[in-house]
Design a binder for this molecule. Structure first.
Ligand code: GDD
Ligand code: MN
Length: 371
């Protein structure tokens, strides 16, 4: 029987869920030639090892282990591109998505009446009670409403992580997908040229089996970043916008630290080798730079985040080095402009932009660019 369907399971610490998941797929997909592609972002719990063990026992299970990468959407895209199956599905590995819907999705696509089948948590007949997360249900409702407004996609659950489409539909536009964040379905729907005919299937969204949600803490942030990426990302790249915004916050931190420092030590260092201002400026710059490093590591480069004491310390030192060169470039450019008669403020802004671009370009390579 030739391969019909690939089920892509993005995973981050889902070791205990995989074995039972494969069993459920096997039971639900009797009569369909399928393979499962587990796309694991090098989970510390050894999910990739478990996936390989399952693959040895059943070659329909395949593994992609990504090193130094993070992100649900990009994992889903890479998984869907790694199969020869004409149909591809994306599904959570934590048993919140019922595999019993897969044959119905196959039937909808095989009928030729639809281009994509989506399991919806909010369609007629669906339910989210078992999820037991009224906060997330509410947040999803708001996010879905915003998404519908902005993209014109009329779907009850454009944030769903459970859907199936023809692989060729995806491949045709894969190079234009953003791959940022978690909202892969919305991204596909909003990117393709010809609108897709959607079949919605009501989903009884279950509670997660083992482990905990990876999206709980970052979902609002990722949603906003995803929106930005889609609408302005082509003009000012998303990462640079984040980097710049954090840099601007760093300026506020700098001024606050400096003010506090002068408040406390302003009078006490009179007549010393270094003035209170010089010392305060140094302390403030160090604090602000550390603040920027921590935030960029957590947000701008969340997909390449450094962790562990030594990598963090090394990253911080490299970031400090990068920024000090950036500062020199900043001051140098501004000084030359002023000498050529440019007014101080536009000269200062130009210096800041040159310095930021430098910091961004270099740190993205040398601090977070190991891979
Ligand atoms: N490879 C990879 N990389 N997999 C990831 C990552 C990542 O960075 N983040 C999450 N996953 C995997 C999880 O292991 C799980 O199999 C699936 O993606 C969904 O992640 P959860 O952490 O279980 O998400 P959730 O249950 O909180 O969120 C649900 O609602 C979202 C929309 O509100 C899911 O159904 C999501 O798919 C959905 O987009
Ligand atoms: Mn989940």
């Amino acid at each position: 029987m030739t391969l019909q369907l690939a089920i892509v399971l993005p995973t981050l610490n889902e070791r205990a869920n995989l074995g039972p998941m494969v069993e459920r797929l096997d039971a639900a997909l009797a009569g369909i030639a399928w393979e499962a592609i587990i796309v694991d972002d090098n989970s510390p719990d050894g999910t990739s090892d478990e996936a390989r063990a399952l693959s040895l026992a059943d070659p329909r299970v395949r593994v992609i282990q990504r090193i130094g990468r993070r992100g649900l959407a990009s994992a889903a895209i890479e998984g869907m591109l790694a199969t020869a199956a004409p149909l591809v599905a994306v599904m959570d590995a934590d048993h919140q998505h019922d595999p019993e819907l897969l044959p119905q999705m196959v039937a909808a696509l095989d009928s030729g009446d639809y281009d994509i089948a989506v399991a919806s948590r909010f369609a007629e007949g669906a339910s989210t009670e078992a999820w037991n997360r009224p906060d997330r249900v509410k947040a999803s409702g708001i996010a879905n409403a915003i998404a519908r407004k902005l993209t014109g996609v009329q779907l009850s659950d454009p944030m769903s992580g459970y859907f199936m489409l023809r692989a060729e539909t995806l491949r045709a536009d894969a190079h234009r997908l953003s791959g940022v964040g978690f909202k892969i379905l919305l991204d596909i729907l909003a990117t393709v040229d010809a609108p897709l005919r959607v079949k919605e299937l009501p989903l009884k969204f279950a509670a997660r089996a083992a482990g905990e949600s990876k999206l709980d803490r970052t979902i609002v942030f990722e949603f906003l970043v995803g929106l930005y990426d889609r609408w302005l990302g082509r003009i000012i790249p998303t990462r640079f916008a984040l980097f710049g915004t954090i840099g601007a916050l760093g300026v506020i931190v700098h001024m606050a630290v400096l003010a506090v420092f002068l408040q406390i030590f302003g009078g006490s260092l009179k007549g010393q080798l270094v003035t209170a201002f010089e010392l305060g400026q140094t302390v403030a710059a160090t604090v602000a730079m550390t603040f920027n490093f921590v935030l960029n590591n957590a947000l701008t480069y969340s997909d390449k985040r450094l962790s562990g004491f030594v990598p963090l310390l090394r990253g911080w030192a490299k970031f400090a080095l990068t920024c000090s060169v950036g500062l020199t470039a900043n001051v140098g450019v501004a000084a030359i402009l002023v000498r050529f008669g440019v007014h101080e403020y536009p000269a200062a802004i130009t210096g800041i932009i040159v310095g930021s671009v430098w910091n961004f370009a270099l740190s993205s390579r040398f601090v977070w660019g190991r891979y």
